[in-house]
Design a protein around this ligand. Structure first.
Ligand SMILES: Nc1ncnc2c1ncn2[C@@H]1O[C@H](COP(=O)(O)OP(=O)(O)OP(=O)(O)O)[C@@H](O)[C@H]1O
Length: 344
């Protein structure tokens, strides 16, 4: 009997090609579309239109799983609150843990699937995650909080391909695949249509001008409301009489001030993280760490104590934001991650 794979289908090219490949490999494929937000602008209908046509082409069954309430409570609200608290959230990391490889995995298992497959660009051997071959699309950073127990059920058929080749290949498959390759690429964060501040503005008035401080606490300029800024940002505020660029180094929601400094003020050598998700049992070791997606990895020493991780960087990093994820790598292998609490 064929093994069943549930494919998380978004209506995009990656998951549509994933479903095609797995069927070619001899699996019994079913699809599932997650309704993740309460958008009423035809967003779900458009996605489902593509999924219906792909399912017809492949002659597979697909399901619709409404997780909008869970997504709102655990991902969307967290995202808004994090910005209002002056931190920088990472909703995709939380979504992968709680939604895609939490609730969607449970759905797949409840439907007797042996595996859950997605179009993520990452690798897994059932024990660890690894970077994808296409480094420009690698999503291992975003998967690093997923529970260890979920890994044996996960499949990423695109892990050895380049995104551009998947698009080219997709366009040759059928009419619906071609149409999918011609629509615009999905946004980086699925519920942010433009910029994050537009989302936060729906829930709070963030356009409240405030004072820009230097590191000694002197008022040096004005800004348009602290939630408009993230650590490392260098535009959108004034610094009277400054000749060199100034960067945001701290946000103070309590008094709506932001602190700025020159590039050197962004330098960080030590980072503390919480809510660890480790794939190895060691509590003290050397590795490399990515302190934000798309940053280069930095060699570091790790010490885990009382459910916190103390990261000593061997080379300074710049612009480390509380709320982002520190992901530990041994070469291409993800060995754990933790949410950044503070840095100095
Ligand atoms: N709404 C959804 N329902 C089911 N699965 C989803 C949904 N959104 C994303 N996924 C799964 O997670 C994978 C990674 O999502 P991400 O948003 O990063 O993908 P993407 O590169 O835009 O992929 P795609 O081209 O398939 O949309 C998708 O390829 C798909 O398998």
């Amino acid at each position: 009997m064929k093994k069943k794979v549930m494919v998380g289908m978004s209506g995009g090219i990656d998951s549509s090609v994933t479903a095609y490949m797995l069927q070619k490999d001899g699996y019994e494929v079913e699809g599932v579309y997650l309704k993740l937000h309460n958008r009423t602008d035809g967003y779900h209908e458009r996605n489902l239109g593509y999924i219906k046509d792909v399912a017809e082409f492949l002659n597979i069954k697909y399901h619709i799983l409404d997780l909008a309430d869970k997504f709102t409570a655990e991902i969307y609200d967290y995202f808004v609150e994090a910005y209002l608290e002056g931190t920088t959230p990472n909703p995709c990391v939380k979504c992968n843990k709680n939604i895609k490889f939490g609730a969607m995995l449970k759905f797949a298992q409840d439907h007797a699937a042996s595996y859950l497959a997605t179009g993520h660009y990452a690798k897994t051997d059932g024990e660890f995650f690894y970077e994808a071959d296409d480094k420009t699309k690698d999503q291992s950073y975003f998967l690093s909080q997923v529970d260890k127990e979920a890994l044996p059920f996960m499949m990423f058929p695109l892990s050895t391909y380049k995104k551009e080749d998947i698009v080219k290949f997709g366009a040759t498959l059928s009419g619906v695949y071609k149409r999918i390759t011609e629509k615009s690429e999905s946004q980086e964060i699925c519920f942010v249509e433009t910029v994050y501040t537009d989302v936060v503005k729906r829930h709070a008035n963030i356009d409240v001008p405030g004072k820009v401080l230097d590191e000694e606490g002197n008022v040096v300029g004005e800004h348009k409301g602290y939630a408009h800024y993230t650590i490392g940002k260098r535009r959108g505020f004034t610094v009277h009489g400054a000749h060199d660029p100034h960067f945001v180094t701290k946000l103070n929601p309590k008094d709506n001030t932001i602190v700025v400094g020159k590039k050197a003020a962004l330098e960080v050598n030590e980072v503390v993280g919480k809510n660890l998700n480790m794939f190895i049992d060691d509590i003290e070791f050397s590795c490399s760490v990515k302190l934000r997606y798309r940053s280069v990895s930095t060699p570091c020493h790790i010490k885990i104590e009382d459910e916190k991780v103390y990261i000593t960087l061997e080379e300074p990093a710049f612009g480390v934001a509380a709320g982002q994820l520190a992901v530990f790598y041994d070469g291409q292998k993800v060995i754990g991650s933790a949410w950044i609490e503070s840095s100095k």
